[in-house]
Ligand binder design. Structure first.
Ligand code: GRF
Length: 215
């Protein structure tokens, strides 16, 4: 089995990064985390990556005059580390069409909502404001339009009375940590494939599971 060399791009605490690193320790995991790249030198996730003995690199967006310049520097770092696939995990820079096209079909993101609901930021606040009773998270391929790419996997959680942004975020992040490794595994072992702008799955579905909220 050739394991795909994956870079995780972060800007902050990196809890999803840790879940991917831990999952990739399994001998049968079809990807290896070969690099953690942060655009912020002070991202807490960098220390966690170093503790896990993963190569790290900082490409500080503030040190580059333009977005294109910043992305060229990231691209060069990814090439140096022979990276074949990118996982965005709390990476807080909007990417240009150039970078997205360059990594088309080879870059995924995790978003804390059931897309296409609540693209962008403040997803938990907006879910509470709208009164939805089911919320969750999505792993999707990255396309130029923000949070609009083909969906690879989703996990749903109930919204319960008394929920705050924090309590809802805490419930969703637990599922993010399960969902992201699951999605990466499916992509890298060929179970999930991007075909004509949609994700096709090479295995049968279990259609029996439901989430009723309230039950
Ligand atoms: C997660 O909620 C993720 O869905 C979003 O940013 C957050 C990153 O958290 N894209 P962490 O840095 O992985 O802990």
């Amino acid at each position: 089995m050739t394991r795909r060399r994956v870079a995780i791009l972060i800007s902050g605490r990196g809890s999803n990064m840790v879940s991917l690193i831990e999952a990739a320790r399994a001998p049968d995991f079809p990807a290896e985390i070969a690099l953690v790249l942060s655009n912020r030198p002070d991202a807490a996730g960098l220390d966690r990556a170093r503790e896990a003995r993963i190569a790290t690199c900082v490409v500080d967006h503030k040190a580059h005059p333009t977005r294109e310049d910043f992305e060229q520097a990231m691209d060069a770092a990814l090439a140096t580390h022979h990276i074949a696939f990118i996982c965005l995990a709390g990476f807080m820079r909007v990417l240009t069409d150039w970078f997205v096209a360059r990594w088309a079909g080879r870059m995924v993101n995790i978003h804390p909502s059931l897309l296409p609901l609540f693209r962008g930021t403040q997803t938990h606040r907006r879910a509470l404001e709208e009164g939805v009773l089911v919320h969750g998270c999505t792993v999707h391929f990255v396309v130029p339009e923000l949070d609009a790419g083909p969906i690879i996997a989703q996990a749903a959680v109930p919204v319960v009375p008394g929920d705050t942004e924090e309590s809802l975020a805490a419930r969703v992040i637990v599922q993010e940590h399960v969902l992201y490794p699951h999605a990466l595994r499916m992509i890298c072992d060929g179970t999930a494939r991007l075909e004509n702008g949609r994700v096709e799955f090479a295995r049968p579905w279990d259609a029996s599971g439901t989430l009723h909220s309230p039950r």
